[in-house]
Design a binder for this molecule. Structure first.
Ligand code: ZN
Length: 284
């Protein structure tokens, strides 16, 4: 996988380099083709790219809005199951401000999807935040929650390291169905009957809830612009995140575009857009 700089208003565009330069799929919720185990986007002609959610979370967390992602196959590399390697790559490449105002999506009313057992909601707020709670019938995971506030919490330190997790019994089921063949303790936290199978333990005490928040941030990145709203997520997964986004954006009274205006800095006397588009500075 390689990341390339892109001009303002490009958005996040994936390119299947193994199929030719023009095989592009925009990271947009209308292009989601599968959200069962991971988030997969496709172009409608059978061309798809899967496992985009952790990379998408890294873009949102680092504020990158314009980038070309070249992938030489049907999946983004899973790396260690977290967003940490992608944040590292973005920091190595550098992030530049671009000379265009940033557009955001302002949530105007509460939207809720799901039922009593698992649900997600978004309510109006002046910046993005999320509260995530999970309840597992497994004593190693149990009940966990985590809150992320885009203005107060460090995405890199508090979220990006959190890894995908799964139950050992589910890995066995997936293997017999021909799935997760590349899955191992190097790219997931695996929970057995008597606790973690990973010898090094957890990266955070609430790593499971944090990973759910990370997934949600990545999935909501498919809105095509950052969201000004507060998300609450209860036992939700990729499909629920996508449903929330689709219901929000389908309701014209639930959101509006919010363009960050150019403000004049009176002390220095120069005009500068307060919040601008950002893109990767160099290929990585
Ligand atoms: Zn994930």
């Amino acid at each position: 996988m390689a990341l390339r700089p892109a001009p303002p208003d490009t958005g996040i565009v994936f390119r299947r380099t193994d199929l030719g330069e023009d095989m592009e799929i925009k990271a947009h919720y209308n292009n989601i083709v599968d959200s069962r185990l991971c988030t997969t986007i496709g172009n409608g002609n059978g061309i798809s790219i899967g496992t985009i959610e952790h990379l998408m979370a890294a873009f949102t967390g680092c504020g990158v809005e314009n980038v070309i992602v070249e992938v030489s196959g049907a999946e983004v590399p899973i790396m260690d199951g977290s967003a940490r390697p992608f944040v590292f790559l973005l920091k190595c490449a550098g992030i530049v401000e671009q000379n265009a105002p940033r557009r955001t999506i302002r949530v105007l009313k509460r939207v809720t999807v799901g039922d009593e057992e698992r649900w997600a909601s978004i309510t109006p707020a002046d910046h993005f935040s999320i509260h995530c709670e999970i309840v597992f019938d497994n004593h190693t995971i149990g009940t966990q929650s985590f809150s992320y506030d885009s203005q107060r919490t460090s995405f890199e330190n508090e979220l990006s390291h959190a890894r995908t997790f799964c139950l050992a019994e589910d890995v066995e089921k997936m293997r017999s169905a021909g799935l997760a063949l590349g899955g191992s303790l190097d790219n997931a936290v695996v929970i057995g009957d008597h606790g973690l199978l990973n010898e090094d333990g957890l990266r955070y005490d609430t790593e499971f809830a944090r990973h759910k928040a990370l997934d949600c941030i990545g999935d909501l990145g498919l809105a095509g612009a950052s969201l000004l709203g507060h998300v609450e997520s209860y036992c939700a997964g990729h499909a629920m995140n996508h449903k929330l986004l689709a219901e929000l954006l389908a309701d014209e009274e639930a959101w509006c575009w919010n363009e960050m205006t150019v403000v004049v800095n009176s002390e220095r006397g120069d005009a500068a857009p307060q919040v601008r588009h950002a893109a990767v500075a160099a290929s990585a």
